[in-house]
Design a binder for this molecule. Structure first.
Ligand SMILES: [Zn+2]
Length: 322
């Protein structure tokens, strides 16, 4: 017997035991019906028809069976009622994710942060947060590998982690190392997250750590400076260390960050938007207020993509010293 089947059989036997404890005495029709469904699933396991879709006779998705061993059809053959329930769940997931995002435009002591965030599907694997801590603000932009529901769950995990670790104002590199250790232990091996963490203080000082994320740009006196030093993404090695760089931003200077949904976007000719085009555009936009710069950047991307839709989650962020 393979491991999946064995796991599922144990799950089902465990459910049966628990149901048996309550259902017969409670006389509850719902519980009794569940008990019958569990028995039927165990029978399907015994006769070898478990995991086969009852409509198309194809295989049922393994991750759905693990989440609920009682399912009897593949995703494509869900009946309308089940499909509606799934859609409601996804809507709720998207709402929860929206609630975790900070306001799109915020002002702090001497700083302005503006971002835009577009999920590719219902839920996004991009992570964005703005967390005040001591006399500084922490601005975070990241990208969890993969897309969709699993990636969005890891994004929620990052929100919780950094909202717990950062506000006490301790050293950024140490906070990242701690977050990385916890994230590594709670993440499946195939998943990791790139992250750009910036801590800006009231005097104009900025500390930046880049964990494998797209290179941000410093916009200063009409010039564009790529900030290229980076460490490993979160979730790759539990013991990883994180380098930080420190800068001083003058009033009017800004830091521009984005996810690869911007730089790797493609048009109908299969050309990449790319960092060269991004840099050209940013040079023309240095003087713009943050909101106009973020909007303008997305408009330039849209002009480039033309009729081609998004293929990835997309986020763009500007941190500007006032
Ligand atoms: Zn099917």
């Amino acid at each position: 017997m393979d491991i999946l089947t064995e796991t599922l059989r144990n799950q089902l036997l465990d459910r049966k035991q628990r149901l048996n404890r309550f259902a017969p005495t409670a006389g509850d029709e719902n519980l009794l019906s569940l008990l019958r469904q569990v028995d039927a699933a165990l029978e399907r396991l015994d006769e070898g028809s478990f995991g086969i879709c009852e409509v198309c006779k194809g295989s049922i998705e393994a991750e759905r069976l693990l989440a609920n061993p009682l399912v009897r059809t593949c995703l494509e053959d869900l009946d309308t009622q089940e499909q509606q329930a799934l859609e409601r769940d996804l809507d709720l997931l998207a709402q929860v994710q929206q609630k975790l995002l900070p306001p799109r435009l915020q002002q702090f002591d001497g700083w302005e942060v503006c971002f835009d965030y577009k999920p590719f599907r219902v839920a996004s694997g991009d992570y964005c947060d703005v967390i005040p801590g001591g006399d500084a603000i922490n601005v975070l932009l990241g990208d969890v590998s993969g897309k969709g529901v699993a990636a969005s769950m890891l994004v929620a995990n990052l929100h919780g982690l950094f909202r717990t670790l950062l506000p006490d104002g301790c050293n950024l590199a140490a906070s990242l190392a701690r977050a990385n250790r916890i994230f590594s232990e709670s993440t499946i091996a195939s998943h990791y997250a790139t992250l750009l963490a910036m801590r800006a203080d009231t005097e104009g000082g900025v500390v930046i750590a880049n964990a494998g994320h797209c290179i941000p740009y410093l916009m200063t006196s009409g010039k564009l400076v790529p900030l290229s030093s980076t460490s490993l993404p979160l979730g790759v090695f539990a013991d990883a260390k994180f380098q930080v760089s420190e800068f001083e931003l003058k009033p009017g200077d800004a830091l521009f960050a984005y996810t690869d949904g911007l730089s790797e976007a493609r048009n109908a000719l299969d050309e990449e938007y790319g960092s060269a085009r991004l840099q050209e555009w940013l040079k023309t936009a240095c003087g713009l207020p943050p909101e106009d710069l973020v909007k303008g950047c997305l408009a330039d991307l849209e002009g480039f993509r033309s009729s081609t839709g998004l293929a990835d989650d997309l986020s763009v962020l500007l941190l500007k010293r006032r």
